[in-house]
Design a protein around this ligand. Structure first.
Ligand code: FES
Length: 118
């Protein structure tokens, strides 16, 4: 049995301007795309995406806030997760899944990956 990683790109924002209007720098929000809730954060280093469901107990990370050090903080128990790696930066040891973003001429795209067996 073999497996292969498949990446599908979905348009998250129509443009950088639209992204800035939806998620101002220093803010986080939740965006539903392809039936997945994604936490999107905007820091001085740009936009980041990770699973919206907190690995600790399932709260919405998009209702939290981001730090100057590049983490998102869960609003319930204040565990925090690195926006680049998803690793816990405080609290428990569970990591959050992160998603690649790509800025193209016609918008900002998010990558969803899945493993396909054949
Ligand atoms: S539910 Fe997020 S830290 Fe507990």
């Amino acid at each position: 049995m073999f497996f292969q990683k498949q990446t599908t790109w979905y348009k998250l924002f129509e443009s950088v301007t639209a992204a800035n209007a939806r998620v101002a720098e220093g803010r986080v929000t939740t965006i539903l795309i392809n039936n997945k809730k994604i936490c999107v954060a905007h820091t001085k280093d740009g936009f980041f995406a990770m699973q919206d469901k907190c690995p600790h107990n399932g709260s919405s990370l998009g209702n939290g806030f981001c730090t100057a050090e590049g983490s998102v903080v869960c609003p319930v128990h204040r565990y925090s997760f690195d926006l680049k790696t998803g690793r816990a930066t405080s609290g428990g040891g569970d990591a959050a899944r992160t998603y690649a973003l790509e800025t193209r001429a016609d918008g900002i795209y998010i990558a969803f990956e899945k493993i396909v067996l054949f």
